[in-house]
Design a protein around this ligand. Structure first.
Ligand SMILES: [Mg+2]
Length: 255
């Protein structure tokens, strides 16, 4: 049995638009392999991601999805038990924190920062107050930008940087390419790393996450990276394909 670990933004969707051929390509992978969706985007809950994929024609349950928001909630639960959390993030992050038994509070033991498209000065101030009072600073991810149908928009990393600047502290980062989310992925898949292929559009998150865990990696050019950025990077994927549509043909050699 092989497994494919698929990033979503820039691989299946660009913003709200499906990438041409992506649904058919994922369906073909699902015919003969285990497919797990792995996203640093914390704005949606796992259930909401699954519903969105299902509506697009990709069979998917919440359990087939790991988001950086879910991974963060699970990480805090596993290492510190049910806790109080001040989230700077959207509904999907709050839902996952609550599902893991955490309580949302403005006076909390943890400040968790993810992508928040309603980010404002007040949230930054409350986040800073908590960190000043010794709350632990955790970031779901630090992606600088997000590819959408209208070009790039600021990612969670830009918001994390604001709180990092204000507090002078660096967060623990849960999402790709870091070990906390990959530990959860490996647990979840239950297959040896060499049976897994990570497919993503970012070298410093998706591809680096895969290579450092001993997984195969495939870079798609439908998101953040270009052949130019690939040339300049030290992170080298096993294969480079125009889009996920070409994945099966490109990986035939190692069937
Ligand atoms: Mg992506």
């Amino acid at each position: 049995m092989k497994a494919y670990i698929l990033d979503i933004d820039g691989v299946i969707y660009r913003g709200n638009n499906l990438i041409d051929g992506a649904v058919g390509a994922v369906n073909r992978l699902q015919d003969h392999s285990k497919v797990l969706f792995l996203t640093n985007n914390s704005t949606r809950s796992r259930a909401s991601v699954a519903t969105r994929l299902k509506t697009a024609g990709i069979p998917c349950e919440a359990d087939d999805v790991i988001t950086a928001g879910y991974a963060t909630a699970v990480y805090i639960r596993k290492h510190h038990g049910a806790s109080t959390v001040y989230p700077i993030g959207e509904a999907g992050l709050i839902k996952e924190l609550q599902a893991a038994g955490h309580k949302i509070s403005e006076d909390a033991r943890f400040v968790v920062v993810g992508l928040d498209r309603d980010f404002n000065y007040k949230k930054l101030r409350i986040g800073l107050q908590n960190i000043t009072n010794d709350a632990k600073f955790i970031a779901t991810n630090t992606d600088p930008v997000l590819p959408t149908e209208n070009g790039f928009v600021p990612g969670a990393g830009a918001i994390v940087s604001a709180l990092k600047t204000a507090s002078g502290k660096s967060p623990l980062v849960i999402g790709k390419p870091n070990q906390p989310i990959m530990d959860i992925v490996i647990d979840h898949i239950g297959l040896n790393a060499n049976k897994c292929t990570v497919v993503g559009d970012r070298l410093d998150t998706d591809i680096f996450a895969g290579t450092r865990c001993g997984m195969k990696t495939a870079l798609v050019l439908t998101g953040v990276e270009t052949l130019d950025s690939l040339k300049r990077s030290d992170i080298k994927p096993d294969i480079v394909i125009e889009s996920i549509k070409e994945l099966l043909a490109a990986s035939k050699g190692d069937e």
